[in-house]
Design a protein around this ligand. Structure first.
Ligand code: ADP
Ligand code: MG
Length: 311
C-alpha cells in the first residue's frame, strides 16, 4: 500500500477506536484467514462473579466459612477468579460499586480476617496457601487430579455447572475435597455480533482458553464459535496459535492477559484489548481502545478497503 493510503486507513481506524502500530499491521489484518480469540476478558467481560457455592464435608461451618478460607488463600493471586472469590467472601459481589474499587481496597484482611502464609500460584491450575494452620488448595479439576484427589460427587456437579458456562473452582482443605464454586463471567456486549460479522467476512473464528472444555464450549456456543482449543496451559497458547497456522494460514490472535503475550507475538497479527494488561498491549500490533470485539471485523473491513484502493 502507498504511504498515503496507509495514513488515511490508520486515521479512519483511529476514529473508530482501533490503533494500528504499523502499516504492515494495517495491511496484514485484512489478510487473516483465522481470527483466534482468548475467552476470559476478551470474549467475556473478565469480571467474574461467584454464582454457586457447594459445600462438601460437614465439618466446615457452611458456605460463609468455606468462602472466607478460599478468599484468604487467594488473597495474593492476580487471577480474576481470585477477585471474584474475594468479593463473594466480603458479600460484595453484587454491588457495582465494589467492582470498581481498586483491588487493594477490596483486600480487607480485617473483613476476611484470616491469615494466609506460604502462598503459591500454579499458573493454569490454581493456588495453594496455609490459612490459619489449614492447607487450602483452590483451582481447576486438573489441579485436584494433580494433587491426587478424587472429585467424587462434586465431579457431576462441576460438569452441570460447566455446561451452563460456569467455571468450576474446587477447594481442598488439608488434602480433602471441601467444596466447589461456580463462577460466571458474562459475555461482553458486541461479542456475538463481532463473531457473526467475522464469519460473514469469510474468516474462521476459533477460541483459545485455559478453562475447562465444557465451560469453554458453552461460552463458544453462546457466541457462535465452533472451533475451541480448551484447557490450554499458559505456555501453550502460542503453540495453539501455531497449530492454527498449519498450512501457511494467516492467523490474527485477540487477547488481553499477561498469559496472552506469547500468542500475540506468535500470531501473524496480534490484537490487544486496550483495557487489558500492559504486557498484552505492548506486544500487540493492533489495539482495540474499547473492549468491544466489533472493532476486529471493522478493522478487517478497513484493512481490505485500504489494500483495494491502491491496487
Ligand atoms: P484463562 O485466562 O484462559 O481462563 P488461565 O490459564 O489463567 O486461563 O487459568 C486456567 C484455569 O486454571 C482457570 O480456568 C481456573 O480453573 C484455574 N485457575 C488458575 N488460577 C486460578 C486461581 N487463582 N484460582 C482458582 N483457579 C485458578
Ligand atoms: Mg484473558
Amino acid at each position: 500500500a502507498t504511504p498515503v493510503s496507509i495514513m488515511v486507513g490508520s486515521g479512519r481506524a483511529a476514529q473508530m477506536g482501533v490503533l494500528f502500530r504499523s502499516g504492515a499491521a494495517l495491511e496484514g489484518l485484512g489478510a487473516a484467514q483465522v481470527v483466534a480469540v482468548d475467552k476470559t476478558g476478551t470474549v467475556t467481560q473478565g469480571r467474574p462473579e461467584v454464582t454457586e457455592v457447594i459445600v462438601d464435608g460437614g465439618w466446615l461451618k457452611g458456605d460463609g466459612e468455606l468462602l472466607r478460607l478460599t478468599a484468604a488463600a487467594e488473597a495474593s493471586s492476580e487471577h480474576p477468579l481470585a477477585r471474584a472469590i474475594e468479593r463473594a467472601a466480603l458479600g460484595e459481589e453484587k454491588t457495582d460499586n465494589a467492582q470498581s474499587l481498586p483491588s487493594s481496597i477490596n483486600r480487607q484482611p480485617s473483613t476476611i480476617n484470616l491469615r494466609a502464609a506460604d502462598f503459591q500460584a500454579i499458573p493454569g491450575y490454581g493456588v495453594q496457601a496455609n490459612v490459619e494452620g489449614k492447607r487450602v488448595e483452590v483451582g481447576a479439576a486438573r489441579y485436584m487430579h494433580k494433587l491426587g484427589l478424587n472429585l467424587g460427587e462434586l465431579e457431576a456437579q462441576a460438569d452441570a455447572l460447566a455446561k451452563r458456562g460456569r467455571t468450576p473452582v474446587f477447594i481442598a482443605v488439608d488434602g480433602q475435597l471441601a467444596g466447589l464454586l461456580g463462577v460466571a463471567d458474562p459475555v461482553r456486549v458486541g461479542s456475538v455480533d463481532a463473531i457473526r460479522t467475522l464469519q460473514e467476512q469469510g474468516t474462521e473464528v476459533a477460541m483459545i482458553t485455559g478453562d475447562t472444555r465444557a465451560t469453554a464450549e458453552a461460552v463458544a456456543a453462546e457466541v457462535g464459535v465452533s472451533r475451541v482449543l480448551a484447557e490450554v496451559l499458559p505456555e501453550g497458547k502460542s503453540d495453539a496459535v501455531q497449530e492454527l497456522q498449519a498450512g501457511g494460514r494467516k492467523v490474527a490472535f485477540v487477547g488481553d492477559g499477561i498469559n496472552d503475550a506469547p500468542a500475540l507475538a506468535r500470531a501473524d497479527v496480534g490484537v490487544a484489548i486496550g483495557t487489558g494488561t500492559d504486557v498484552a498491549v505492548e506486544t500487540a500490533d493492533v489495539i482495540l481502545m474499547s473492549g468491544d470485539l466489533r472493532g476486529v471485523p471493522n478493522a478487517i473491513a478497513l484493512s481490505r478497503a485500504t489494500l483495494r484502493n491502491i491496487r
